[in-house]
Design a protein around this ligand. Sequence first.
Ligand code: HEC
Ligand code: HEC
Ligand code: HEC
Ligand code: HEC
Length: 433
Amino acid sequence: MLNSLNKMQKALIALLCGLLLFFGFVILRTGVSRPASTVKLGKVAAGEYDPAVWGQYYPLQYASFQKNSEMAPSPGGFGGSLKTQNSERQPEILANFKGMPFSIDYTEDRGHVFTLEDLKETKRVNDKSPGACISCKTPYIEKLFQEKGWSYGKVPLRELLAQTPEHGYISCANCHDPATMDLRVIQPAFIEAQQRRGIDVTKATREEMRTYVCAQCHVEYHFEPGTSRVVFPWDKGLKPEQMYEMYATKPGGFAQDWQHPDSKAAMLKVQHPEFETWATGVHGQAGVSCADCHMPYMRQDGQKYTSHWMTSPLKHLDASCGTCHTQGAAWLEERVKTIQNHTWQLQHSAGLVVSKAHEAIKKAAAVPNVDQAELAQARELVRKAQWYWDFVAAENGMGFHNPDQALHTCGQAIDLGYKAIESANKAAGIELF
Ligand code: HEC
Ligand code: HEC
Ligand code: HEC
Ligand code: HEC
């Protein structure tokens, strides 16, 4: 029959088949990566920060959001949602953060609904803690910034906490415009940091927004001296060495987070650089967003919706990874565990070497006629070694968000840690370690 058709008819059939295939593919892709069926908009007022009010209109999203209060370990053995002290597994934390609050209290992160409770309870906070600490804990940041601008950063944290209602933990208003339900960002530090990189967040695509909403908080930052303005150090790039380079310029007069009491080195504390780590990794480079893995699509009673339980994807690998990977949950879990175990081993080794370096420098400094220039060199080396170690240790994915960078960064930390010890020996003129 095909033989009896003329060229024109064959071309027409081929075109029709092509179109069918194309639309079939579009429909399939839509089913995989488009959002749940168009939502009916509720009547949520601007400045409404109570998730229960939003939840009346968006019950499926709200029900999954409430699972953020579930506390369980991660099936992979790292991360998890239990409030455990990180120093139990990593005693090097106590030595490396000596003289600053993270050596007193440093718990594993848990669900978004606990942010205010954990901020109130942590021993890292005292009467002098600046209001800037609340920036990543509540949607009330929108109101605070509208009313006070950056001056909220200097208001005592405890004063701001006392004014924030119990429902003021991270919720809908952090990521959604109440009128349109479009994704939005309200974190001034994020908007400014992107501006300095030449990125206008108001022009972001929907795919980018599926990461930007998380990048409002899951990033490295510091407080500008004097003002407590929150600054993300991205001006030179997002890699650990580029951010270290920016710190070398003492941005806004910021020279250090604290001085280590043993080595007397001017130290930096890294804070959860998930976004930066992801950005240069395989998934970040392939445009796989945070929401793709941490907020997979779910189905209930024939309705498709985005899961708002932001937790370890190991708890639902099929939903999180199965849209792109066909290897199956067991294979994927094995891959994640292998990456995490390799990262943990090198991270732990790096942390221990850094601890030794602090000790070596302390001993060297006590030696009469120590070479001061060499000692200064040793202090710079331990500052840098710890930065690299902490970049991996403070990141919450235990290497998964960027496996090769994590191992490379740990390797650099170990190398620099030994160089700091060598330099301390040289300064002292004797073998201390
Ligand atoms: C940390 C950010 C974040 C928070 C907090 C958040 N959402 Fe979302 N929400 C998202 C993302 C990401 C999507 C996917 C949007 C897309 O792909 O366009 C989404 C999608 C939605 C949708 C669209 C339908 C769907 O299921 O995809 C609704 C409705 C929604 N969220 C309601 C809520 C409600 C109600 C709350 C508070 C209880 C909330 N969200 C809290 C990030 C957030
Ligand atoms: C307003 C700031 C903010 C935003 C926006 C935000 N997070 Fe978080 N996130 C936090 C804080 C703070 C914690 C730790 C809370 C605690 O331990 O009390 C946290 C914890 C987590 C955890 C650990 C949960 C657990 O059970 O261990 C995951 C996973 C997570 N966030 C993923 C995301 C993803 C994905 C997004 C974007 C869709 C996002 N977050 C957006 C601040 C934020
Ligand atoms: C390709 C999938 C994928 C992407 C994309 C991804 N993550 Fe993850 N994330 C994971 C996996 C897997 C873990 C490890 C979970 C564990 O240890 O149980 C993890 C862990 C985390 C944790 C710690 C969870 C815990 O239990 O303590 C946080 C926080 C987090 N990711 C945030 C983010 C943010 C923010 C982004 C985007 C910048 C992002 N992730 C992008 C897969 C992903
Ligand atoms: C939206 C698509 C998408 C999702 C969702 C996704 N991946 Fe991937 N993944 C990719 C792409 C693209 C690559 C790059 C290699 C390739 O093209 O196969 C990749 C690579 C990988 C690799 C090999 C590279 C590496 O970093 O070691 C692993 C392992 C992996 N993914 C695990 C996961 C896991 C586990 C999840 C879920 C938590 C997940 N992926 C979710 C798209 C995705």
